[in-house]
Write a protein that binds this ligand. Sequence first.
Ligand code: HEM
Length: 193
Amino acid sequence: MATNTVRIWDPFVRIFHWLLVGAFVVAYVSEDDYLDIHTIAGYTVLTLLMLRLIWGFVGTRHARFSDFVRPPSEALDYVKESLLGRAKRYLGHNPAGGLMIVAILVSLLVTTFSGIVVLGAEEGAGPLAGVMGGVSHSVGEAMEEVHEFFANFTLGLVFVHLAGVLFESLLHRENLVRAMITGDKPALDDDSK
Ligand code: HEM
């Protein structure tokens, strides 16, 4: 019997997601030796984040923050229910996934913003060059630590994100990665939200 599908992720969300993956990977691997490429990839991440923030308010139903940002207690309950194998299926992001997405977006914002501060302080370049040009070298170095910490923190979140995607796909016997490519998911059943 053919399963009905519904459109969940609009083209913006899908293109945003896969461009973000690419830009983050390029920024991460280029950081030591290729400052030009690193900077372009970082600005790409920041531009994508800005657009996603706007889309979170004006975008389609499941792209909106109001659809998936839930209190941490709800996310925790969802994790518990998942581990017991009885969590409800969501068409959009589940409460734990939603919290993880907020964490990734915030961590990326801190990473990119601290990167721009470092660029201004250490290289005298970028939009903050005028402001950061006069600060001491030790301030620049401290910001570099912050920048590196949050880049690695984001990477850690991404690994948890991937584990969550795999776990949820197995739990509800659906291919969430394919849905992030095609935009479509099998339609609701009685246990879904
Ligand atoms: C740098 C790496 C990654 C980052 C920063 C990232 C970030 C995100 C973000 C922000 C979202 C929310 C999308 C939105 O609502 O706009 C998301 C969702 C998603 N991501 Fe990733 N992601 C990464 C890697 C991956 C990879 C490698 C895969 C799969 C191979 C993946 C699979 C998914 C899926 C399936 C969803 C939808 C989850 C759901 O169904 O609720 N992600 N990711």
